[in-house]
Design a protein around this ligand. Structure first.
Ligand code: NAD
Length: 499
């Protein structure tokens, strides 16, 4: 139902103009720390999506012809603006998402690094040449932009994930339509404002808000050439299917369940610190969260007392204030109930809750969406807690007899984003790296999310497509090769260039 209220309503950015939107159904944006509604998002339908895509299509020929060095110069300006407004954007992320300020700075910084990668466009886009590929014939490969590219992003990294996509797509000569998560639209809006101030021609970048209907309109629009998606596995799978059926190039990152193996020779203090960050950083709402701990042998199990103590003393509270807690809120009340329900169900089925954050209270913000750090031991593989992505501050623990058993357990997962091992043994680390079926491996690193120069390379049900986001893989995704074969006739055999 269309609504009218005094709340700020997120505008769309279409053809270089900010357009206030009325007459559409809206969705609330919460300050997760307080539970208060801070804005509303008008949910786009087919007509609004069509307007955005047509604006992007109209801008494409001019932008594709713009030299890569000029396109990169826009990114240099955008980088400077992000640097200038860094703290303000970090605070905005904390406000609409709930993560701590330090985590919000990390969120923005990892995206900032992709903008820096995009500044290297003239080098990234150079082609290949083989003189005399055959006798008297030269072969040359040049990378060309695709046209209108689309980005559809999740709630959990309001800055980093949009920035995985549009800076590279744009420097490659494409135009873009971003549809951020309807739960965190304000950060995307601020990024769009700063990009527009960086000298991008009108229509090259467009922003619409919405949910399923907007996504389906984007995936099936005949003028869209490529789709970058990040979100949960069921939606990623469906996005990949629909968009590829409609002839688009697709990269769709899905959910995850990442294992951390603690070997008997691991450094207890450093491992506990890293596991705390991997499991409870961003309140567990990371696709690279280390949500399942596999301790090996009695000495691997030795991390447990310190880990339980650290979880029980992790403070929880508001992140929209100066004094920061150790951990912020989760995204919505409904999500908190889902996470709490999974722990309850595991406990009823025999798991032991050894650190229990289900009843955490934050007296100064009684309506915030809080959960405390929770550790569950004796989780069995048939429990939902073991099978489903929890996406909250919950760490499952299973005790293993050896590395083989731990690798087998990790490889039972249908996902394949990250996996980490803590050990002092090069041999154990090498064995783990070789045999674990996941695309991002950490050795004594709890959250092995690659930096911008490498692809974010999920496997199995964590990724649908071929070319991953970021790095050279991102450049390949946003361009298509054109190979020219040339021969020049010698004088006397038909001197065509002198005619
Ligand atoms: P989500 O799948 O609910 O939403 C992602 C996007 O899809 C949003 O823009 C949303 O509006 C849209 N959407 C939601 N339902 C849809 C539907 N039925 N049809 C079409 N579009 C739909 O994900 P979320 O809750 O925003 O984000 C959390 C999920 O994202 C987790 O599963 C997490 O693991 C995953 N994630 C993955 C990566 C990765 O790189 N693999 C990174 C971050 C988050």
């Amino acid at each position: 139902m269309p609504t009218s209220s005094s709340l700020p309503r997120c505008p769309y950015f279409l053809g270089g103009e900010w357009s206030p939107v009325s007459g559409l159904p809206t969705s609330p944006v919460f300050n997760s720390s307080t539970g208060e509604v801070i804005a509303e998002v008008p949910m786009a339908g087919v007509a609004e999506v069509d307007q955005a895509v047509r604006a992007a299509q109209a801008a494409f020929p001019g932008w594709a012809e713009t030299p890569p060095s000029e396109r990169a110069r826009v990114m240099f300006k955008f980088r400077a603006k992000l640097e200038q407004h860094f703290e303000e954007i970090a605070r905005l992320i904390s406000r609409e998402h709930g993560k701590t300020l330090a985590e919000s700075r990390g969120d923005l910084f990892r995206g900032f690094e992709v903008v820096e990668l995009a500044c290297a466009a003239p080098t990234l886009l150079t082609g290949e040449l083989l003189p005399n590929m055959a006798r008297g014939i030269d072969g040359e490969l040049a990378r060309h932009p695709l046209g209108v590219c689309v980005g559809i992003t999740p709630f959990n990294f309001p800055a980093m994930i949009p920035l995985w996509m549009f800076p590279l797509a744009l420097v490659c000569g494409n135009t873009f339509v971003l549809k951020p998560s309807e739960r965190v639209p304000l950060t995307a809006q601020r990024l769009a404002e700063l990009l527009a101030e960086s000298g991008l021609p009108k229509g090259v970048f467009n922003l619409v808000h919405g949910g399923k209907e907007a996504v389906e309109a984007l995936l099936t629009h005949p003028l869209v050439r490529a789709v970058s998606f990040v979100g949960s596995t069921p939606v990623a799978r469906a996005v990949h299917l629909t968009a590829s059926t409609h002839g688009k190039r697709v990269q769709a990152n899905g959910g995850a369940k990442n294992y951390i193996v603690v070997m008997p020779d691991a450094d207890v203090g450093k491992t506990v610190e890293a596991v705390m960050n991997a499991a409870f950083g961003c309140a567990g709402e990371r696709c690279m969260a280390g949500s399942s701990l596999l301790t090996v042998g009695d000495r691997g199990r030795a991390v447990m007392p310190d880990l339980i103590k650290a979880a029980q003393s992790l403070t929880v509270g508001r992140t929209d204030v100066e004094a920061q807690p150790g951990m912020g809120a989760v995204i919505t009340a409904a999500h908190r109930e889902r996470v709490r329900g999974l722990v309850d169900e595991g406990e009823r089925a025999g798991a032991r809750v050894v650190a229990d954050g289900r009843g955490v209270k934050v007296p100064e913000a009684p309506n915030g969406f809080y959960l405390g750090a929770t550790i569950v031991e004796d989780v069995r593989t048939e429990m939902k807690l073991a099978q489903e992505e929890v996406f909250g501050p919950v760490l499952n623990v299973l005790h293993m007899n050896g590395l083989d058993e731990a690798i087998e357990m990790a490889n039972r997962s249908s996902y394949g984003n990250g996996a980490a091992i803590f050990t002092r043994s090069g041999g154990a680390a090498r064995e783990f790296k070789q045999r674990v079926r996941a695309g991002m491996i950490g050795i004594n690193v709890g959250v092995p999310a690659p930096m911008a120069m490498f692809p974010f390379s999920g496997w199995n049900e964590s990724f649908f497509g071929d070319l991953h986001m970021q790095g050279r893989s991102g450049v390949l995704f946003y361009t298509q090769p054109k190979v020219t074969t040339s021969r020049w006739f010698a004088e006397g055999e038909g001197d065509i260039w002198r005619k």
